[in-house]
Ligand binder design. Sequence first.
Ligand code: MSP
Length: 647
Amino acid sequence: MDNFYVTTPIYYVNDKPHIGHAYTTILADVMCRYSRSLGRPTFFLTGTDEHGQKVQKAAAARKMSEQSHCDETVVRFQELWKKLGITNDKFIRTTYDYHKKVVSQVLQELYDRGEIYRDEYEGHYCVGDERFFTEKDLVDGKCPECGREVVKIVESNYFFRMSKYREWLIDYIETHPDFIQPAFRANETLGFLRKGLGDLCISRPKSRLSWGIELPFDHDYVCYVWFDALINYISGVGYLQNEEEFKKWWPASYHLIGKDILTTHSVYWPTMLKAMNLPMPKTIFAHGWWLTGREKMSKSLGNVVDPMQMAEKYGVDAFRYFLLTEMTPGQDASFTEEAFVRRYNSDLANDLGNLASRVIKMIVKNCGAVIPEAGAMDDASLALLADFDRARDEMERALAEMKLDQGIGAVMGAVRSANRYLESTAPWSLAKKGETGKLAMVLHTAAEGLRRAAVLLAPVMPGKMDELASALGLGENYLADHAIDSLSDKSDVLSGKKVSDITGLFPRVMAEKSEPAAPEKNAPAKSAAAPVKTAAENVVELIDIEEFGRVKLVTAKVLEAEKVEGADKLLKLRIELGGETRQLVAGVAQYYTPEEMVGKTIIVVGNLKSAKIRGIESQGMLLAAKTKGKLKLLTVDGDIPSGATVG
Ligand code: MSP
């Protein structure tokens, strides 16, 4: 198995970390956690980019030395990574001596070999991006990267002979399909290269910018910040310091970057490495942008999402989960708090949290808190475990192909199958009927599903999955020692394990902005089950059984009911739904008194997204037949426990 070395960009120390930075770093962390759990030697490098004009300006504005300014601001990144559970093996700062020394040595060697030369330069400089552009690069006379004004500069500078590697690089990209990923980014780079490639200006005169690494062969200049920064990927793993360490990790398996810094990584960096006679990284992977709603996230628009705040509000694991499931690596994704809350409640609170609390509660109640042996499994139980096997294969494939969202989706699909399995096997009624053999099989199988979900999701939600594993009676370090591949071992690990309750694994959260208020409008937005009126009124579109199957109708028992103050049509109900209690707001107050409601077994939509009605959260919708002036609740014809499937 090859060693695995993953890097993130080193972030500008001036920036306040936002979800863009958090995403790249969490993605790297998840890949490294998976890799380590497979026993693969793994190295994870992140850090900060501390030289350049922006830092010099910011420090001057604060009347501080550049170094003290960096020492203060770097902490924001370090604290955030700690909070987010990032397991980087090293944190590199470009102001560290070892890094500066390596950059200096690289510069000297390239200069000695004629790869760097001095020339008169006339170009257009973008202060924001700290990059030079030629006349033809400009778009409408402005910076092609950020659209800001550029300044024309004529000065003597040092250049790296990048242009001579153009043909080689085109050929390398064409013959190494994994080198730049996704493939359309490789095409983008090829398009850029085919337009021609100049030499790279790698110096800045100190008269203009002094905060940088001094050129070893000319003390009047400092090194261009990108030339300095890119070298972190090798100085961070021992280059020119510890050749053994360097050999162990280089070439990197993945440079994870955002699409904003593709050219520097797919053109500057490979040509620099080529000039240094070093092997190319295996894959440069560029992910898309996080947008706020539909807008680009930017300081000036004031729509930057603060990752620290999100993690504090909703929990680190939920935040990690959301970022990884919401973005298809390579494409842009949109962040809104509503979408976050929706996904949290449906995937984590409803599907996974609910499964865990139901299964564990039933084991506590019916099996003395000890996971029973399964005995001979029936087809439904084997089918459920086969779903988890498929999820494991899918996750392995997803990791190899950088499609983590799909891998996680497959695991959550299996979790939903486990919930359906519980509804169809109805262990609560098996318990009532005293069918202990079947009950043991069902509870064991569902607990096994939970164990597999915990193993598969541990790198994404390490804290919460540890809680789940310990609630299943598995030792504290169970997940650290059991990787995906341990799931191919089919021996029984759960029988006899003592479970402990975990009701609050993912407590439901309220949406910040209220959703449609009236109970009638509370139907699922895209629910196919609601007959759709077409242009010709009264023509009802037919739906197929699968569409109907998406709506989960279940029996529920009304435990408590009370009037909603100031709303004469509404009752607030507490209902029991197979081991779980929920709150529901229903527009039935004109037809039923609270006393009449209590004790009834009603039918509710169990998988409806929660909504706020008059500021009160409603976690579902009850069914009733209604005609002019009359409303009758749908109930069942006889005794059946709550949580039973209707359909
Ligand atoms: N310092 C350079 C990188 C040098 S690497 C040798 C830099 N720093 S940065 O602070 O601007 O961070 C850029 C990186 O942050 C992006 O490549 C991406 O990883 C992440 N993101 C910043 N904003 C982003 C979004 N809005 N969306 C997604 N990620 C983006 O560039």
